[in-house]
Design a binder for this molecule. Sequence first.
Ligand code: UD1
Length: 451
Amino acid sequence: MLEPTIINSPIVSNPASATEEQPSVLHIWGRTPLQGHVAISGAKNSALAIMAGALLCPQDCRLHNLPWLVDINRMIQLLAALGLKLNRQGDVLDIDSSSLSTSQAPYELVSQMRASFFVIGPLVARLGMASVPLPGGCAIGARPVDLHVRGLQALGAEVRIEHGLVHACINERRGRLKGAKIYLDYPSVGATETILMAATLADGETLIENAAQEPEIVDLANFCRAMGANIQGAGTKTIAVSGVDHLHSVEYSVIPDRIEAGTFLVAAAITGSELLLSPVIPEHLAPAIAKLREIGLQIRLETPDCLRILPGELRATDIETRPFPGFPTDMQAQFMALLAISEGNSVVSETVFENRLHHVAELKRMGADIRVKGNHAFVTGVPRLSGAPVQGTDLRAAAALVVAGLAAEGKTEVGGLQHLDRGYDNLEGKLRQLGAKIERVQAPPSNVTPA
Ligand code: UD1
């Protein structure tokens, strides 16, 4: 077993302080079993939507259980750029929206994070107008915002897209958005959130049909309800929102991150380890737990919010990503790493995003046997992966390479950590506490001069 000796490589001691300006790489010495308990942070995707939702209320909001992530910092910056006063102490964030001073979201911030587009609904509901740059595509797909736009139009907003900006405004005669019946062609998480937030302050009732049912939608709806919104049916295909005149101050705690928890379950499974995870909401993890059981792992409920995973023989299975309660696209890459060393042939089909199999090439560098045809990956389990330098191309792809590195023989170097840091709260610190041999080091300076 290679020992983690790091020569001339400055260790980045606080991963939360890592930024994109400070490129770094994770060095992982694999095949070390993990053990112990891991604390799961607040859900990134809930927290981002809820922070945007805080714009709806002209008073103070206090949010608890906020994860420590680059994406959360970006949302804080965006809200501050809109005039809000924010104060963060550990996992608690105070947001004072009384000072909201502009309806224009700056391009530099929106272009860095797709979720920042979510401010459009609350801005238009509260100020009657919003101007938000198009978020653009990303590594995993084109990711249009047509469903958000059509939803706002259905609520009576006039929407123009010019020079890369989405301008939405309410016809002055009415002064308020107007409730409507909206059928979503696809149960988009973001579009459901945009319409849900906008409808809270609309005149009359809004019905969102074929709505997304993700737990983060329920969390956002619960947050809005705690501020006085009238919302029924969140978590089902039909959400009814009865508009109110104004929302009030609130203190709210974000749910635990099901994708972070799922990633640790895969890390335990791939290293043949026994782990305890809490706090979790087991129902949110049902699709991932069902697949882990099919693969051969035992998962037990220790207490209502604590799971224990036990090692098992790894067997192939098929996975198809679907909107909740289907198998989450955000867990597809991590499960692909697990199936890469599970005995037999598996098929992994990505149906949510059109371009989310970039990690396959990197897993193959580690010895995985995977063929891609369209949006299907055909995985033949190999007995062992071998450590290699690999590059995370998006958030969950980077996480998949980290868990693959934990199982691989020798040393794996995972780059692309600017993606990982967007969505995992101190992943390597938590893994190290469980016994993993993992260090973040500054990448050596590149000799390549850009053309
Ligand atoms: C959210 C999550 C992301 C997760 C995804 C699916 C956040 C911050 N991000 O992203 O982690 O992977 O849900 O569970 O919550 N689409 C359209 N038009 C639209 C909107 C979406 O065609 O107006 C398409 C997308 O291109 C994609 C599919 O719908 O193919 C799903 O996207 P959506 O559910 O909207 O995902 P996001 O909200 O962007």
